[in-house]
Design a binder for this molecule. Structure first.
Ligand SMILES: Nc1nc2c(c(=O)[nH]1)N[C@H]1C(S)=C(S)[C@@H](COP(=O)(O)OP(=O)(O)OC[C@H]3O[C@@H](n4cnc5c(=O)[nH]c(N)nc54)[C@H](O)[C@@H]3O)O[C@H]1N2
Ligand SMILES: Nc1nc2c(c(=O)[nH]1)N[C@H]1C(S)=C(S)[C@@H](COP(=O)(O)OP(=O)(O)OC[C@H]3O[C@@H](n4cnc5c(=O)[nH]c(N)nc54)[C@H](O)[C@@H]3O)O[C@H]1N2
Ligand code: SF4
Ligand SMILES: [Mo]
Length: 745
């Protein structure tokens, strides 16, 4: 097998790009008609899909009962993301299909925005309305003033539409509200990002360090399975969390850190590893840049220094550093996922990256592997027009390392301001409940009220659909084709999503919607295939498969084109950084005017009588998208607020009691929330699961149940480096007198 380095050399000499893993595959001939395909699915009794309940995208099978109704979903055993097993949410995905509250028909607003008065419309009417408005906005303000917010499969098709119109403004909350800082930090350090699924080799690790990552409640499937296997094989888990998480319960060490101080702990670990010469000397020598600077930088950042900041005993800091070094290179200091916490997140993740580099875990078994993504041929269409304006001009000299459009940036640049060059006029929002997803709801509302057009594509009547001018009802993932899932993972793999049922009511797939709009907006040439299945079959045939084959197997695995899951012993590796090395000292950050070395800065503390608002995930729910799911509400119908017994005593709170929370800016939770008194949370914080407290009455099962953390996140700590919205700088106090208010039951 050739190595990747040989390949890079060959392609540099002009051999051109070779598609990953394509050479040598046999071509299958498909020729099945639509009817035959449906018969095939009926005969096999199962239809391949990949899950849309979260973004791990596990591949599975949809099974039907004798009457042809969707009955259950199970995992595909060939799939690397799930290894044949779905998580509780994935299994409950059937509930998305069966939910009676689903959107059924296109809707057009009849009164002022936000009043929730809509009339049902035909698809023709809805598209004509949107196309007309978009034409006017494009003519008056330029197509760049149209923005797309998207999370999920349909985003691909609306992105094509936007780019075809001439707008580059496509943003996902999975960047600046989620994993952006870690991607920027790892890119700066190793020249590569972490991606999703994460390239963490948890399966073979001997030591896993979780800093806030609450795997087990964060139910990203393969990751949870691998962690469980690693524990069975004797791996040490070290969990740093102010809360005794499920993962903490499986850990040899639980470090109940004072919130907002992790960077000090990380720097102290680096200090110990250097001072005690526990780092991988050969690796550091061969692959890294800036070790001397790093040594100087952390010289005084001893465990004793960190103790005063983090409240973690210096002995424990030393012991845990030694545990990591003993396991190295089969050690993972996990980079986390939702890492937009305190506004210095890129720097905290830089410290995580540096620690991994010192331990030699990048490119090593049990550390971080090199993932492979299957490269499918893209559909051919004319080049996209070159946009004339960018969101960046609205933020001069800010967020210089943001490598994609910021959702919060687009939102800010929509609010009228005389200093703006380009104010956004239209939003297309696909599969993201922006009201609950972006922090500072008042800001989001201001932006929405300034729009000329808000189109929302969703499956459910969520908070965001209530604000739309036009609502386009999408069918669920169980009723449609979507693009193939291509990776990344240890081996290149593709997975098919095919419809297991006809779209219910008048719902339609996003692909069809985007294409219909493209027709009306004169850019149909960007959608050469009329049907998604024809596009899939064409793509699959280019790589030696076919829709027919994929309908039977669901998942197809290919060999890695290069044998480089890990670095070979002593291999010369060129990293994609300016120095070609792993940058302990970041020249990219220096160049951009940011600290090349992570520094600890203090964050604001809760005032007297207030507690830091901490939030996270529940194993049986995904954000706000599952709160109304009939199968999953059965498992958990509302969230509660975790309160330390010491605090509960002071306030006279008891488990089961309903209270309101009020934040530092006087913002009160819209609905009451149940108290849970538990030792599992530090006395200086409270904790709640994100995704509850819906104020959309059309969500009949979950309206008014529990409280929304987003409601209480009015203060946003923006990361100056890449614009991530730190959401953990908010403090709450308790209001125990409900004044006769009724609790939803
Ligand atoms: N306060 C607070 N804010 C957060 C977070 C938090 O923990 N707390 N977490 C952050 C993180 S990590 C992330 S990744 C983001 C997630 O942000 P989002 O992805 O916006 O999360 P959801 O609230 O699940 O909204 C998903 C929307 O997609 C719709 N939907 C579901 N399936 C489909 C489909 O097939 N088609 C279409 N068109 N729509 C569909 C749902 O009905 C729902 O309206 O939120 C971020 N924001
Ligand atoms: N079941 C389920 N699983 C999911 C999701 C879901 O919605 N539902 N969403 C997925 C997505 S998109 C994401 S991004 C991930 C998010 O999940 P993760 O990336 O694993 O976790 P975070 O949201 O960053 O952090 C939550 C944990 O951080 C702790 N924490 C709070 N403040 C601090 C602090 O100052 N220091 C430290 N060390 N810890 C702190 C909290 O107590 C909590 O245990 O989950 C994924 N998995
Ligand atoms: S982890 Fe669970 S919810 Fe997420 S894609 Fe996999 S089965 Fe679906
Ligand atoms: Mo996320």
């Amino acid at each position: 097998m050739t190595t990747r380095r040989q390949f890079i050399r060959i392609s540099a000499m002009g051999a051109g790009a070779v598609m990953a893993g394509v050479t040598g595959y046999k071509l299958f001939a498909s020729g099945l008609t639509d009817g035959q395909k449906a018969t095939l699915a009926a005969l096999t009794g199962r239809t391949p899909t990949y899950c849309e309940v979260c973004f791990w995208k596990c591949a599975g099978w949809v099974h039907k009962d004798e009457k042809g109704d969707i009955k259950k979903i199970t995992g595909n055993s060939e799939d690397q993301n799930c290894n044949g097993r779905f998580c509780p949410r994935g299994t409950g995905g059937v509930g998305m299909y069966h939910d009676d509250d689903r959107l059924r028909k296109p809707l057009i607003r009849t009164e002022e925005r936000g009043k929730q008065s809509f009339r049902e419309a035909t698809w023709e009417e809805a598209f004509d309305y949107i196309a007309e408005k978009i034409k006017v906005i494009s003519a008056e303000h330029g197509p760049e003033c149209i923005a797309l917010f998207t999370h999920g499969s349909g985003g691909k098709y609306f992105s094509t539409l936007l780019k075809a119109l001439g707008s580059p403004h496509i943003a996902a909350p999975s960047y600046a509200q989620c994993r952006g800082p870690r991607e920027v930090a790892f890119q700066a350090t190793f020249g590569e990002t972490i991606e999703s699924p994460e390239r963490t080799d948890i399966r073979d690790t001997k030591c896993l360090v979780l800093i806030g990552s609450h795997i087990g409640e964060n139910m990203h499937n393969g990751q949870v399975q691998e962690m469980s296997d690693a524990i069975d094989k004797g791996a040490t888990i070290i969990t740093v969390d102010p809360r005794y998480s499920t993962a903490a319960g499986k850990s040899k060490y639980w470090l109940p850190i004072k919130p907002a101080t992790d960077l000090a702990l990380l720097l102290a670990w680096i200090n110990v590893i250097i001072a005690e010469e526990l780092y991988d000397k050969a690796y550091v020598e061969k692959y890294t840049y800036g070790f001397e600077y790093l040594r100087d930088h952390v010289k005084n950042m001893t465990p004793e220094w960190a103790y005063g900041i983090t409240t973690i005993d210096p002995t424990v800091i030393r012991e845990t550093a030694r545990e990591m070094a003993n396991a190295a290179p089969a050690v993972i200091v996990h980079p986390g996922r939702h890492v937009t916490w305190y506004g210095d997140d890129t720097q905290r993740l830089r410290a995580v990256a540096i620690l991994n580099a010192l331990l030699g875990s990048w490119g090593r078994r049990g550390g971080f592997y090199r993932p492979e993504t299957f490269e499918l041929p893209e559909v051919k269409h004319p080049p996209f027009p070159t946009p004339k304006r960018s969101w960046r001009t609205e933020f001069p000299d800010m967020y210089k390392m943001a490598d994609t459009v910021l959702a919060n940036g687009l939102c800010d640049a929509t609010i009228p301001d005389p200093s703006r060059h380009c104010q956004f006029q239209a939003w297309i929002v696909n599969g993201t409940n922006l009201i609950e997803t972006l922090p500072n709801q008042e800001n989001t509302m201001k932006a929405i009220q300034a729009l000329q057009l808000l189109v929302v594509i969703d499956t459910m009547p969520m908070e965001i659909t209530g604000w739309a001018d036009v609502v386009l009802p999408e069918c669920t993932y169980l009723e449609r084709y979507d693009d193939l899932r291509t990776g990344p993972h240890r081996k290149p793999q593709i997975a098919l999503r095919a419809p297991a049922a006809e779209p219910a009511y008048e719902t339609k797939p996003a692909f069809w919607m985007a294409r219909e709009l493209a027709k009306r907006l004169g850019v149909i040439e960007y959608f050469p295939f009329e049907k998604m299945e024809d596009q899939l079959d064409w793509q699959l045939k280019q790589v030696g498969s076919s829709l027919e084959e994929m309908m039977k197997i669901g998942v197809k695995t290919f060999d890695r084109p290069y044998d480089d899951l890990y670095f070979a012993p002593d291999e010369d590796v060129e990293f994609y950084t300016p120095t070609g090395k792993i940058e302990l000292y970041s020249t990219t950050m220096e160049e951009a005017g940011y600290d090349p070395m992570p520094k600890y800065t203090m964050h604001e503390e809760p005032p007297a009588g207030f507690y830091r608002l901490n939030y996270g995930r529940a194993p049986m729910h995904t954000f706000s998208r599952t709160s109304n799911n009939p199968n999953l509400t059965d498992l958990m119908a509302e969230n509660s607020v975790w309160v330390n017994p010491r605090v509960a005593k002071e306030w006279g709170l008891s488990t089961g009691q309903y209270i309101h929370l009020m934040n530092q800016d006087g913002k009160r939770s819209e609905f009451p929330i149940k108290v849970r008194v538990t030792e599992r949370i530090r006395w200086d914080s409270v904790y709640m699961v994100h995704g509850f407290g819906h104020d959309q009455k059309k969500l009949r099962r979950c309206y008014g149940k529990g409280a929304s953390d987003t409601n209480l996140i009015t203060k946003v700590l923006v990361d100056p480096i890449m614009g991530g919205t730190g959401m953990r700088g908010n403090f709450v106090t308790f209001i125990t007198d409900l004044g006769g208010e009724e609790v939803a039951s």
